[in-house]
Design a protein around this ligand. Structure first.
Ligand SMILES: Cc1cc2nc3c(=O)[nH]c(=O)nc-3n(C[C@H](O)[C@H](O)[C@H](O)COP(=O)(O)O)c2cc1C
Length: 504
C-alpha cells in the first residue's frame, strides 16, 4: 500500500547493515532494503515514520487518527485459529536457531547492541489469559536476547509470578505484521483484554492465528517471522540497554531478564521489520492518546474540534486541543486533558486555530493567554521517568517520578472584543491571478452609485469589489467627493463606512 501511495522507496543496491539506521533517519519515505550484505533477509523500516503513513494504516485523514482509533476499537473482531500460514514456511528448532542471522541494525549510537524493535510479544497467565504487548529485545547471542521488564506491564506481572515459582514463562514474538497489531500491542489495554481482538477491530478483519511449534501459544499466521521460547527465571540480572527511546533520549543501562529462543519460524521470503526509533514508536502511540483526549473532552461536556499529540514531544507529553468554547470551557478542557497518561503540557485553543500548525499555535499562545489567569500548574503530579527533567523523589522508600503538570487556556478570553482578534486577510485573494482584467471607464455618477451602494455599512474592500469593473483610481476619486461632502461616516467598532444624509 505504501508503494502505491508513493511512500516507499526500494533500495535495490546491496547495503551494509551498519548504514541502515542513518539512511532511514534521512529518508522522507519508508525504505525497503532488498539486499543486505551477508544476510538472507531484506529489511523494511520507517513504515509508520510519518503521520500520513500512520493515517493510511488507519484509513483516515491524519487529523482524525484519534477518532478513527476510538471508533475502530469499538468494533472488536475476535481472532480466528487457522491450521497453518505463511509464517510456517520455514521452521528451525533448537540448535538451528541463530538470531545473528537476522539483519537487526544498531539503531542509535549509544544503544547497547542491535535491538529488535518491532517485537510483538505473546504470553499467557493462568488468571489473566493471553496477553500481547510490544517489547524491545537486545540481541545477546545466537539464542538469547535481553528484554526490558522494568516498567509496569502485564507481561512484567506474568513474569513476576513465574519468577516467584522459579519457572520459565513461555513467550513468543511476532515480527512484521499488520501495523494494527503493533498498535494494539503498544496500547495499554487492561490485563485480561485480548489485544488480538483489538487488532482485528483496528485492521477491520480478524487476525489469523496459528499454534506455535514448541510452546502452547498462538501467533499471527501471516507474520514475517516468529520467535518461540521462554523468559528464563533468572530475574533482573542481565545488562540491557542503553537504548534510544521514544523520547529521542537514550535511556540508562538496566538489569533485566533473558528471553531464550528455542525455535524460529518464518516466511520463505521474510523481510525483517526494523522499527525505527523514535518516530515509529511515537506515531504508534499517537492514536490512543489523541483518542483518549477526544474521550476526556466529551466526558467533560466540551465540544472538541481537533486533538493533536505532536511528535516532537514523543506523541506522549504534549497534548493540544481546539474546542468550540462556551464560557469557562477553556479551563475545563485543560483540566480534562492534564491527567491523561504521560501528558505533562496541555494547550487548549478555540476552533479557529489550526493546532497542527506550530505558527498558528504560537500565535494563539502569544495573543490569547493572559499568564496571570490562564496558566494552570498542578505541582506534585505523577510524571514519567522517561522525561529527563523529572526528579525521582523518595516516597515511602520507593522512587516516584513526580512532576508538575501545566496547561494553557489559549482561548480568546471571555468578554474580549472580537474585533480586536480580526486578522489580516488579503483582499481579492480568490481572483488575484486575474491581474490584467480590463477596467471600464467610470460612470458619470459614480459617487452617487457608491452612495446608493452604502445602504448598509460597508468596508472599503467591499466597495472595491462591488465596482469591480471600474478602476481603483476612479473609485478613490469618487470616494474623495463623498468624503469632501462629509457624506462618509464610520462605525466606531468595525470601522465600516456608513452614508451620512447630506447632499453633495
Ligand atoms: C516498539 C515498542 C517497544 C516497547 N518496548 C517496551 C519494553 O521493552 N518494555 C516495556 O515495558 N514496554 C515497552 N513498550 C510499551 C509497551 O508495549 C506497552 O506498555 C504495552 O501496553 C505493554 O503491554 P502489556 O501491559 O500488555 O504487557 C514498547 C512499546 C513499543 C511500541
Amino acid at each position: 500500500m505504501l508503494e502505491s501511495l508513493g511512500e516507499l522507496e526500494k533500495v535495490t543496491e546491496e547495503v551494509d547493515l551498519r548504514y541502515v539506521s542513518a539512511r532511514v533517519a534521512a529518508s522522507p519515505k519508508a525504505l525497503w532494503f532488498e539486499r543486505v550484505r551477508g544476510y538472507e533477509m531484506g529489511i523494511v523500516s520507517g513504515i509508520l515514520g510519518s503521520r500520513e503513513r500512520l493515517a493510511a494504516c488507519l484509513d483516515c485523514d491524519q487529523r482524525e487518527i484519534g477518532r478513527a482509533f476510538l471508533h475502530k476499537l469499538q468494533n472488536r473482531c475476535a481472532p480466528v485459529m487457522v491450521r497453518t500460514g505463511p509464517v510456517k514456511e520455514v521452521i528451525k528448532i533448537g540448535d538451528e536457531v541463530d538470531l545473528t542471522a537476522l539483519p537487526v541494525p544498531l539503531i542509535s549510537q549509544l544503544d547497547g547492541g542491535p535491538y529488535i524493535t518491532s517485537a510483538i510479544g505473546i504470553a499467557r497467565d493462568a488468571e489473566y489469559g493471553r496477553n500481547v504487548g510490544a517489547y524491545r529485545l537486545m540481541i545477546r547471542n545466537e539464542r538469547e536476547t535481553s528484554i526490558d521488564l522494568v516498567s509496569a506491564s502485564d507481561l512484567k506481572l506474568f513474569y513476576e509470578r513465574a519468577f516467584k515459582e522459579g519457572k520459565s514463562l513461555p513467550f513468543a514474538v511476532a515480527i512484521g505484521t499488520h501495523p494494527a497489531l503493533l498498535m494494539a500491542a503498544a496500547h495499554m489495554a487492561p490485563a485480561g483484554q485480548d489485544e488480538f481482538e483489538l487488532a482485528g477491530g483496528l485492521a477491520g478483519a480478524p487476525i489469523n492465528l496459528v499454534k506455535c511449534e514448541t510452546i502452547d501459544l498462538e501467533v499471527p499466521a501471516d507474520a514475517e517471522l516468529v520467535l518461540e521460547g521462554e523468559l528464563l527465571p533468572t530475574g533482573w540480572t542481565e545488562d540491557e540497554g542503553r537504548f534510544g527511546d521514544f523520547t529521542g533520549f537514550v535511556g540508562p543501562l538496566k538489569w533485566n531478564p533473558i528471553f531464550r529462543v528455542n525455535a524460529i519460524t518464518h516466511r520463505r521470503d521474510a523481510i525483517f521489520y526494523a522499527l525505527h526509533m523514535p518516530d515509529e514508536v511515537d506515531y504508534l502511540v499517537a492514536p490512543p492518546l489523541e483518542g483518549s483526549g477526544w474521550q476526556a473532552l466529551a466526558n467533560a461536556g466540551v465540544t472538541a474540534t481537533a486533538v493533536y499529540a505532536p511528535q516532537a514531544a514523543g506523541c506522549n507529553f504534549n497534548l493540544y486541543a481546539s474546542i468550540r468554547k462556551r464560557p469557562g470551557e477553556g479551563k475545563n478542557a485543560v483540566l480534562a486533558l492534564l491527567p491523561l497518561k504521560r501528558v505533562k503540557h496541555v494547550v487548549v485553543t478555540d476552533e479557529d486555530v489550526d493546532i497542527f500548525d506550530p505558527a498558528d499555535l504560537e500565535r494563539a499562545i502569544a495573543y490569547r493567554v493572559r499568564p496571570a489567569q490562564d496558566i494552570i500548574v498542578v505541582p506534585g503530579a505523577r510524571g514519567s521517568h522517561l522525561d529527563p527533567s523529572v526528579q525521582l523523589q523518595v516516597t515511602k522508600g520507593a522512587l516516584a517520578p513526580l512532576t508538575a503538570k501545566w496547561g494553557l487556556d489559549a482561548t480568546i478570553p471571555e468578554g474580549a472584543d472580537l474585533a480586536e482578534y480580526e486578522t489580516i486577510r488579503y483582499p481579492f485573494r480568490e481572483n488575484c491571478s486575474d491581474m490584467a482584467s480590463p477596467v471600464a471607464a467610470a460612470g458619470i455618477d459614480l459617487a452617487e452609485q457608491i452612495a446608493a451602494y452604502l445602504d448598509a455599512p460597508k468596508h472599503f474592500a467591499e466597495v472595491l469589489a462591488h465596482f469591480g469593473a471600474t478602476s481603483q483610481r476612479d473609485i478613490v476619486r469618487a470616494w474623495g467627493e463623498l468624503r469632501k461632502a462629509k457624506r462618509l461616516g464610520r462605525e466606531q467598532r468595525t470601522g465600516r463606512y456608513v452614508l451620512q444624509n447630506t447632499a453633495i
